[in-house]
Design a protein around this ligand. Structure first.
Ligand code: FAD
Length: 490
């Protein structure tokens, strides 16, 4: 009897899961396993925040629970353990007499370190390990160049890909799963087991009513969201115009958290979009979602090409001359949304209260941290890693490299400097009436729309009129914002 252990990682779905389908084809019985790695729930070694904060931890729990339910509906189960993945998996594989472990291929350092440890443990047991590339729209083996020749410029990459590469079809969801019996399934860890205190748990139990979307983990909800964004509401047809929005559920797809955990396959999005284009509407917006998914792919291939460089201050460029400051007090004010710059603070407070921030917000707060405060961008990236429910090592650290000006695309820079965001101009462009800022900063409720982005410069009389004292009700600014008003081209 041939048995294979299938190790679920960031592929928490049954649709379009090549690795799992192959395991079912190659084995008489399969043991699906998920391991919660305690390393993911440790504290940042220097800054006082967890590697995985409560929203992402909860989204992961929900995704794993949903997968377990789907497998149970098929008469199988998901074995759940807490521990070092290499130890747990080697032990389980040996216990069931597995010939192999099948799993998805990851490429970033922590994930590949685990793979190496597992390989070392499996060798003396004579158990093979087989990896399946499953996270991107375009398969890595279909690229028309070797990874060392990946173009530096996204547009060049996109042109080459679009010209010559076909997106592979999706794999069907398996109808039945022949399952290794008599293995203790294991309990799902609670947030308490994962180390979260009552204050953190309360953020999940009593979600902030101002949040844009109720993000619940799992394949089921992901498929509902896909169906809603395309077929039920046709929101996809205006995506290109709305995608820079800040408020509400509808301005962008909100697929990211499900993509990051693998609850949703990018190829399924593509297949559904193609069907939608054939049956309903094909326009610039339907294409633009694919365009953004190509950015996601690009960052994954960039990480594959440049390895650990994406995590270092010197970045992909390996620019050892770029100096950043490490000021913990200033960083803390940025992280808590207390910089005194309303557009920055509103975005940071949204992320802290919900685990999500729009793309426009991310660009601005990241640029502000790096270019206005001069703080080490890797601190910002680590904080995003902690907070974002859609945290994805390649998209997060890759985007931060670009904003910090240490990325590999020469067109992102002018005069060797990263593209500078004038925060005031951005705020006026994307939140002209201040609705977004007031949504997250209730202390500014009485400030009139045309003053809300000018709060740092309000006179004493104005402050009195708007029921606000700067330095008490709302922080004084950490930078002088007048440079943005006087020089809009900045
Ligand atoms: P939509 O606009 O609906 O886009 C659809 C999908 O395209 C997204 O779900 C995402 O998978 C992909 N996508 C869109 N923009 C980008 C982009 N710039 N880079 C890579 N993929 C993109 N995205 C993450 O998924 N995880 C991260 O950890 C992450 N960190 C970021 C950090 C910074 C500093 C910045 C500037 C961007 C980051 N992004 C990250 C990219 C982007 O902000 C989010 O993917 C997007 O806001 C998610 O919302 P959405 O699903 O509604 O996006």
């Amino acid at each position: 009897m041939n048995r294979i252990l299938y190790w679920f990682r960031n592929d928490l779905r049954l649709h379009d899961n090549e690795g799992f389908v192959r395991a079912l084809e190659d084995a008489d019985q399969v043991l699906p396993v998920f391991v919660f790695d305690p390393h993911l729930f440790t504290q940042h070694p220097r800054l006082n925040f967890p590697k995985t904060a409560v929203f992402r931890a909860n989204f992961l729990r929900e995704s794993v629970a949903d997968l377990r339910q789907s497998l149970r509906d098929k008469g199988a189960d998901l074995i759940v353990r807490i521990g070092k993945p290499a130890d747990v998996l080697a032990e389980l594989a040996s216990e069931i007499g597995a010939s192999a472990i099948y799993t998805s291929k990851e490429i970033t350092q922590e994930e590949t370190d685990v793979e190496s440890k597992l390989s070392t443990k499996l060798k003396p047991l004579n158990i093979d390990i087989e990896f399946f590339w499953m996270s991107t729209l375009y398969h890595v083996r279909d690229l028309p160049f070797t990874i060392s020749r990946l173009p530096d410029v996204f547009t060049q990459y996109r042109h080459q890909i679009e010209k010559s590469v076909r997106i592979r079809p999706t794999f069907q969801t398996p109808e039945t799963v022949s399952f290794v019996p008599d293995i203790l399934p294991g309990d799902m860890p609670t947030l308490t087991t994962l180390g979260f205190d009552s204050e953190a748990r309360q953020q999940v139990d009593q979600p902030d009513s101002r949040r844009a979307v109720a993000f619940n983990g799992g394949e089921r909800v992901a498929l509902e969201r896909l169906n809603r964004y395309l077929w039920q509401t046709d929101l996809i047809t205006t995506y290109k115009e709305t995608r820079n929005g800040l408020l509400g559920d509808d301005y962008s797809s909100k697929f990211s958290a499900w993509l990051a955990n693998g609850c949703l396959s990018p190829r399924l999005i593509y297949a559904e979009l193609t069907r939608y284009e054939n049956e309903r509407v094909k326009n610039e917006s339907t294409y633009w979602l694919i365009f953004e998914l190509m950015w996601r792919d690009f960052f994954r291939f960039v990480a594959l090409r440049f390895g650990t460089r994406i995590f270092k201050s010197s970045g992909i460029k390996h620019d050892l001359n770029r100096k950043f400051i490490q000021d913990e007090t200033l960083f803390q004010r940025w992280a808590e949304g207390k910089t005194g710059i309303p557009f920055i603070d509103a975005n940071m407070r949204e992320m802290n209260a919900t685990g999500f921030m729009s793309n426009r917000g991310r660009q601005n707060v990241a640029s502000f941290l790096v270019s206005d405060l001069g703080i080490d961008w890797t601190w910002g990236a680590a904080y995003f890693e902690s907070q974002l429910i859609d945290y994805d090592p390649c998209s997060n650290w890759g985007n931060w490299n670009y904003v910090a000006g240490v990325g590999n695309d020469p067109r992102q820079f002018s005069n060797g400097q990263p593209r500078y965001f004038n925060i005031y101009s951005q705020a006026m462009r994307y939140d002209e009436q201040g609705d977004y800022v007031k949504h997250w900063l209730p202390e500014l409720a009485q400030v009139p729309a045309d003053q809300v982005h000018l709060v740092p410069t309000l006179s004493i009389a104005q402050q009195e009129e708007y029921g606000l004292v700067l330095g008490i009700d709302y922080p004084l600014p950490v930078v002088d914002p007048t440079k943005w008003y006087t020089n809009p081209s900045l």
